[in-house]
Design a protein around this ligand. Structure first.
Ligand code: NAP
Length: 283
């Protein structure tokens, strides 16, 4: 029950009505039996500074940040943690008695699904398909976990080179055209293959990044960060070729769980969050 003592949480974005965060956060809050309430907060781009000041004035305990505010919010905060600084985006703000601290929990969400399955990244080669906004948290998670090399397989290598260069002081990040001969060799050596493009996402579910499955290391784990549909064409093909597959639901639930943990100190039930997410997507 919401009372005068209930602490407020939310997600800011524009538009925000489609956000699944209230569903998964309130499911975890109810399961943990803690006195918090999480709502979607529409914030227009030009009202961001006012909104942040307002949330602080209202003693919100914290909030998630989504498109288009993930980078724009950074100068409005008192402190940015290392992951968020390196990724270049904040998805979680913690309000510690007026001191606003920015975090990025996407890489924790992404890595959590690998850790849970005991997939080893250290000294291994990982291949990403795509090098956009979401790839940044994935690259950082893999570099931090000690990957020997992260290869960005893309349609436009010139564009991805600057992203690779940004991470070069932390680890080996290289770029390869995904239709080149060289890329076949890269696929043969990889322990992990991740789709970070939107190819295959609802409503264009027939789309798929170009992968010659006969060239992929048969023991490679295949991960698609898309969460709708639950099984993309890319993941279906990987499953049919005998690969262990992971979809984007755990990443989404995991980043939310890490945020809730920072606000409340509780250990959220990720499976409840995933179940709530799946039910919401199906309905
Ligand atoms: P983005 O910034 O638009 O980047 C997409 C990347 O895919 C870019 O490298 C882009 O290449 C490439 N790409 C896009 N359309 C393509 C096409 N038709 N053919 C070939 N390459 C194409 O997107 P994003 O924000 O990174 O998001 C990517 C996906 O991740 C979305 O499906 C999103 O829902 C999902 N996601 C999931 C989670 C989660 O928690 N599970 C979190 C964040 C995002 P160019 O640069 O050449 O255009």
């Amino acid at each position: 029950m919401i009372t005068g003592k209930t602490q407020n949480l939310g997600v800011i974005g524009w538009p925000i009505a489609h956000s699944l965060s209230p569903v998964l956060q309130n499911a975890a809050i109810a399961k943990a039996g803690i006195d918090y309430n999480y709502t979607a907060l529409p914030v227009e781009p030009e009202k961001l500074a006012e909104a942040v000041a307002g949330l602080k004035a209202l003693h919100y305990r914290g909030w998630n940040v989504t498109i288009p505010h993930k980078t724009a919010i950074m100068p409005l905060l008192d402190e940015i943690d290392e992951d968020a600084r390196i990724i270049g985006a904040v998805n979680t703000v913690v309000n510690d008695e007026g001191r606003l601290r920015g975090f990025n929990t996407d890489c924790l969400g992404f890595m959590g699904a690998l850790v849970k399955r005991q997939v080893t990244i250290k000294d291994e080669k990982a291949v990403l398909l795509g090098a956009g906004g979401a790839a940044r948290a994935v690259i950082w998670g893999l570099v931090k976990a000690g990957a020997k090399e992260v290869v960005l397989g893309v349609r436009n290598p010139a564009k991805a080179e600057s992203l690779a260069a940004e991470f070069s002081s932390y680890g080996r990040v290289t770029v390869c055209h995904w239709e080149s001969e060289e890329f076949s060799q890269v696929l043969a050596d990889c322990a992990l293959l991740v789709n970070t493009t939107p190819l295959g996402m609802t409503p264009k579910v027939d789309a798929c990044p170009p992968v010659d499955w006969s060239k992929v290391n048969p023991s490679a784990v295949v991960y698609d960060i898309i969460y709708t549909p639950a099984e993309t064409v890319f993941l279906r093909q990987a499953r049919e070729h005998g690969h262990m597959i992971i979809n984007g639901e755990e990443m989404l639930a995991g980043q939310g769980a890490a945020a809730l943990q920072k606000w409340t100190g509780c250990e959220p039930d990720i499976e409840i969050m995933q179940e709530a997410l799946r039910n919401a997507l199906e309905n």
